[in-house]
Each structure stands twice: as structure tokens, then as C-alpha cells.
Ligand binder design. Structure first.
Ligand code: E4P
Length: 216
């Protein structure tokens, strides 16, 4: 399973790379705003310099021709930019056009397996189903991950599934058990994956025993 980090924070991206856990980055306008970024281009270039993996940069446009223009512009910023488009009819149209030009697209804001089927048919390189936001409204977000995996396997689609809107380590565990291609993970949850109270108490006991033995 590949790990993308779901952030626009350069320090978090660098730290994740340092642990050997960074396979790519996803951003969105809210994550950019959180970092106080008003001019996306320079920041996307800075992120792309920190990883060779795909970096999703999201368009602001909502109309197909404007999405295509913005997508081409963002794709020219670095060789590893992936264009993030919302899964709307305009987004599908723009995906088809950009994919035909060799530009990778990540279709985002996906809330059903049928939307994911459309993403694959339009030629998206990635699809991002939002599990946390589905859980928030009382659905089982992970259910669509299993459905999408099933559908893509039935027809041999190559679109990669990025489990997005992750809220817990359980989301990652269950996605990995289902065989999802990628999890895009908020930094604080990524750190939580490495933490276990028995690891901490085990280290403390080993150190205490070592101290006792060497002080005899
Ligand atoms: C990633 O591609 C999404 O933009 C992100 O995971 C959304 O997460 P949220 O629902 O916590 O905003």
C-alpha cells in the first residue's frame, strides 16, 4: 500500500520522507488555505521538490474549459504534478481531455462506487473516495472502498484507489486489508500508526534493566 500525505505543510512532508514513508502528496484548496498559501504555483513546485511521487494539485475552476486550462498550467509546474478535479460532469470531460494529453488526473470528492466507475472510464489515473466524510453523515465510508475494488477488478481498470478523508488508524488498517492502492493520510494520524503503549513501556523496561545491570 502506498502512503500519500494529505497536507500542504512542507515540514510535515519532509518529516514523512525522513521516515521512509512518503510515496506522494495530496493537497486541496482548504489545506493550502490552512498554510496561508494564496499563490499555489510556487508552493506546488516546493512540494514537488521534496518527492518524486505524485503531488495532487487541485483546480479552482468548475467549468470544463477552465478546468482544462488550469490543469495544463498546473501540470507544467513539475513532472510529478497530478491534476485534482472534482467528480462532476465537467470534471469528467476535463479528465478525458487531460488524460489524452498524457496528464495524470486524480478525481476527487467521490462518494459512491458508481462515481468511481465513471472516473475509471474517463481515464483518471487516481480516484479519491472520501471515507471520513461519508462516516460523518452516518454511512460506512469503507463500504465503497470494497465496492470500488470489486468493480475495478471485474473490468481490469487501472485507475488507482486513493482512500481519502481518513480520520483514524482503523481506516488505514481496513483499507489495507481490502487491498486499496493508496491511503492519503493526515500527518497526525501517520504518527499515530507508529505508536503503541506496549512499545513505549517495553523500551522503558529494557532501559531500566540495562541501567540496573550496568550499575552492579
Ligand atoms: C484528499 O485528497 C482530500 O482532499 C482529503 O483527504 C479530504 O479530507 P477531509 O474530509 O478531512 O477534508
Amino acid at each position: 500500500m502506498k502512503f500519500f500525505i494529505d497536507t500542504a505543510n512542507l515540514k510535515e512532508i519532509e518529516e514523512t520522507a525522513g521516515y521512509g514513508l512518503l510515496d506522494g502528496v495530496t493537497t486541496n484548496p482548504s489545506l493550502m488555505a490552512k498554510e496561508g498559501i494564496s499563490e499555489q504555483d510556487g508552493h506546488i513546485r516546493a512540494i514537488c521538490a521534496l518527492t518524486n511521487g505524485p503531488v495532487s494539485a487541485e483546480v479552482i475552476s468548475t467549468e470544463k474549459e477552465a478546468m482544462i486550462k488550469e490543469g495544463r498550467h498546473l501540470a507544467a509546474l513539475a513532472q510529478n504534478v497530478t491534476i485534482k478535479l472534482p467528480l462532476t460532469l465537467d470534471g469528467l470531460f476535463a479528465t478525458k481531455t487531460l488524460a489524452a494529453e498524457g496528464i495524470k488526473v486524480n478525481l476527487t470528492l467521490v462518494f459512491s462506487a458508481l462515481q468511481a466507475l465513471l472516473a475509471a472510464k474517463a481515464g483518471a489515473a487516481f480516484v479519491s473516495p472520501f471515507v471520513g466524510r461519508l462516516d460523518d453523515i452516518g454511512h460506512d465510508g469503507l463500504e465503497i472502498i470494497s465496492e470500488i475494488i470489486n468493480i475495478y477488478s471485474n473490468y481490469g481498470f487501472e485507475t488507482k484507489i486513493i482512500v481519502a478523508s481518513i480520520r483514524s488508524t482503523q481506516h488505514i488498517l481496513k483499507s489495507a486489508l481490502l487491498g486499496a492502492d493508496v491511503a492519503t493520510i493526515p500527518f497526525k494520524i501517520l504518527r499515530r500508526l507508529a505508536t503503541h503503549p506496549l512499545t513505549d513501556s517495553g523500551v522503558a523496561t529494557f532501559l531500566a534493566d540495562h541501567t540496573k545491570a550496568t550499575q552492579k
